[in-house]
Design a protein around this ligand. Structure first.
Ligand code: MN
Length: 494
């Protein structure tokens, strides 16, 4: 590899780090780079590149989301314990116990290797059971590591992304497996953390290796349409922009083509042609305050009629992963349908980087709010997995937590409960407290009495009615969804 290319990559890393880190922290990163470079010296990647390129690219990905310097150092050293004879004590002495612990956790995670598709795992053959158990165990390990420090998984995901970027250098028989792992395991993990951008990046890197024919057909079909559509959207948006500027609002307007894999999935799901897909390109209007978001929405609606039922206020009612935005779909003057997403800069960061946006480095230690960094479902998972002893049950929990669509419902006081789709008031009751579940006799959904087996919908407000003398019923098992509720009911009625 040419030295100039390596130097460019190092420059890129420090350019990005200096944008948000003080000198002292940048120096620490330089030391981590020096240590990693000497440890990996003379090692090569399959591409022929010096090995150090890989940790550097992993670190760059994390510097882009302005992760704290300990995580950047750990990213630079993430393959050093396993692949070199580096001295752990040295890492600890120079960089502190936190960096060492991050590096060790990433090393311990290892790789999830899936032979058979994880879906549908229920059809596992007897001979494959050890493999299946190993997969479940690896996923458990990952989730437990995430529960203790989310940065471990962020480093792992950044590592995966670079491996996907360089997949073409691997032997052909390995490519598809690694790409499939990304789509089946790592992309859903990123999604569950609200990291929509990384999820999309991983899926689109993996897509051509998993479904090459479909990938090529879709691109050939969509690229000309995307070009036409973008031209049209720019015209429409200029109208909005000039009106907003009269109100002294200076919006950033972004046009984002839908990611290939998510476009593919959407067409499969609805069995629809491209012309029916209105969000082929998303129009994002980014303004500087919440007030300006609503002003912008009002202005768009004064220009064009909105489609009924398509106005979504995720600012007042954020999604459980923290996503906030206003969405509206309108008929434009020439009868076309256009979707707008309106949000602030902070909301845009949250939408792209989810949980990671709470780890953004800040010099002011007081503004680093630890409670915002906690992920409730991970904390719950950590507690629940300790009590589970069958692999099937554990697999169910992981499937529910990670791969099932989620809905969110509210208590009358506005607390959000994050539940798998199909969850019922009984699941909701147990998610508040075991006692509330046990003593539950009925429920009001959005103010109306509803049966306990009602499937909750996104945004429902659920009030649980309880009675002191009440007890769980065995027939709740016919409809309760969450592993936690089911476990409690079984224990108390069996
Ligand atoms: Mn690596």
């Amino acid at each position: 590899m040419k030295a100039s290319s390596l130097n460019n990559q190092i420059d890129d890393l420090f350019f990005k780090a200096k944008k948000y880190l003080p000198k002292k922290e940048v120096e620490k990163i330089q030391m981590a780079l020096d240590l990693a470079s000497s440890a990996h010296k003379s090692q090569k990647r399959m591409s022929g590149d010096d090995f150090i390129v890989h940790p550097i690219q992993t670190a760059i990905r994390l510097a882009e989301i302005r992760l704290d310097p300990d995580a950047i150092c750990a990213a630079l050293l993430h393959d050093a314990i396993e692949d070199t004879n580096i001295d752990k004590n040295k890492i600890k002495k120079v960089f502190g116990p936190e960096v060492l612990s991050l590096v060790e956790s990433v090393t311990k995670l290892g790789n999830v290797r899936i032979k058979k598709s994880w879906f549908p795992y229920l059809r596992v053959q007897k001979s494959e059971i050890p493999e299946f158990e190993r997969q479940v165990e690896t996923l458990r390990k990952m989730l437990v590591a995430m529960a203790s420090d989310i940065r471990v998984i962020l480093i792992k995901l950044a590592d995966k992304i670079h491996n996907l970027e360089t997949l073409s250098h691997l032997p052909e028989e390995k490519r598809e497996r690694i790409a499939r792992e990304a789509i089946e395991i790592y992309a859903p993990l990123a999604a569950r953390l609200g990291m929509g951008k990384w999820k999309g990046i991983m899926e689109d890197l993996a897509f051509p290796y998993v479904l090459p024919k479909e990938y090529n057909e879709l691109r050939a079909l969509a690229i000309p349409k995307i070009k036409d559509r973008e031209k049209y959207l720019r015209e429409i948006s200029n109208k909005v922009k000039s009106l907003l500027e009269k109100d002294s609002i200076r919006p950033e307007i972004e046009f984002r083509a839908k990611r290939w894999y998510s476009l593919y999935k959407k067409m499969q799901k609805y069995d629809e042609g491209l012309e029916k897909i209105h969000d082929l390109i998303a129009v994002r209007i980014i303004v500087s305050s919440i007030e300006e978001c609503y002003t912008t929405l009002g202005l768009i609606h004064s220009l064009w009629k909105p489609l009924v039922g398509r106005i979504k206020d995720y600012i007042a009612l954020p999604k459980p992963n923290g996503y906030q935005s206003l969405h509206t779909t309108v008929f434009t003057d020439d009868g076309k349908i256009v979707e707008f997403q309106i949000r602030t800069v902070e909301m845009n960061n949250q939408a792209e980087f989810g949980i990671a946006s709470h780890w953004v480095y800040s010099e002011d230690k007081k503004s680093r709010n630890p409670s915002k960094r906690e992920v409730q479902w991970l904390k719950d998972f950590y507690q629940i997995q300790k009590k589970v002893n069958s692999v099937d049950e554990l697999a169910d929990i992981i499937r529910m937590d990670l791969f099932k669509n989620r809905i969110f419902a509210f208590t009358p006081l506005g607390d959000v409960k994050d539940l798998p789709s199909g969850a019922t008031p009984v699941d909701f009751a147990y998610s508040i407290h075991t006692d509330i579940g046990d003593k539950c006799i009925g429920a009001k959904i959005n103010g109306k009495i509803a049966p306990l087996d009602t499937k909750l919908q996104n945004g429902d407000i659920v009030e649980i009615l309880t009675k002191k003398s009440a007890k769980p019923h065995a027939d709740w098992l016919n409809f309760a969804k969450t592993p936690f509720a089911r476990g409690q009911i079984k224990r108390k009625t069996g």
